[in-house]
Design a protein around this ligand. Sequence first.
Ligand SMILES: Nc1ncnc2c1ncn2[C@@H]1O[C@H](COP(=O)(O)OP(=O)(O)OP(=O)(O)O)[C@@H](O)[C@H]1O
Ligand SMILES: CC(C)(CO)[C@@H](O)C(=O)NCCC(=O)O
Ligand SMILES: [K+]
Length: 261
Amino acid sequence: MSVSSPMLLLDIGNSRVKAAWADDAEAPLRMLPTEPHDADPAGALARLTLPPQAPAQIWISHVLGAAGEAALDAAVESRWRFRPQYARAVAAQQGLRSAYVEPVRLGVDRWLAMLAAYHLAPAGAVVVDAGTALTTDVIGADGEHRGGTIGVGLLTAQRAVLGATRFATRDLSAGYDGGLGRDTETCVRQGAMLACLGAIDRAAALAGPDSARFITGGDATQLLPYLTGPWQHRPLLVLEGLRWCAAAASPAALAGGALHD
Ligand SMILES: Nc1ncnc2c1ncn2[C@@H]1O[C@H](COP(=O)(O)OP(=O)(O)OP(=O)(O)O)[C@@H](O)[C@H]1O
Ligand SMILES: CC(C)(CO)[C@@H](O)C(=O)NCCC(=O)O
Ligand SMILES: [K+]
């Protein structure tokens, strides 16, 4: 067990902040309540309800760009008096190798989810992050990222079709099911659902039958009942990857992890 203060891990997505404490490399992450950030992640950081104990380090993954990062630096510095460390999408890390011609352009959330998946299933995996956007990534044997897709998330798909057309809709908030709609609202919901399921099924088919299948993101529980095959739901996959990244950068802070080289 590490004797130092725990590390605070933050994943700042397109709509929400996910936070967890990492006590050491093997203990389960301790998740904090997820916060919507309404396009003000630095503000959401300042409002995060945390125990009084100061973190030893703060590791952040975000997809906000340079201006967003400067705001995060300022928010962390004013609250904790030190700077956070950032995970980056790189060409290769711990045996995982990016398929991107320009590796820094890959979303760090995708990179970290893959890093975690690669540690869980080194023989190959397909990774789905069902968030605001729905991304898929395929990792072949030996850590070779083969590529992925970026598509609409469930809510984003509904909003996109409503924004591009003119028909009237009523309350869209009812649940999803596996089938076809017989009213406008159900047709819109099911259109979004099938778009997501189709992207996931196609990516899994490209990955091949022997690949492990991981799904994470805010819409994973909605999608899971309608997916076929042995999908593993890992709600914290991005934060798990962030911990691998932190452990590689400062092994002493997270002693005890078995890292691939
Ligand atoms: N309490 C909630 N607040 C907002 N969205 C939620 C909530 N619970 C589930 N969701 C679903 O989660 C999705 C957003 O997923 P998630 O929170 O994983 O990603 P995000 O932070 O918005 O963006 P990213 O794609 O960058 O991860 C939405 O499409 C929504 O349907
Ligand atoms: C696709 C999202 C928005 C998913 O959160 C994120 O991974 C991102 O901003 N990616 C950058 C573009 C890319 O991955 O190629
Ligand atoms: K995401």
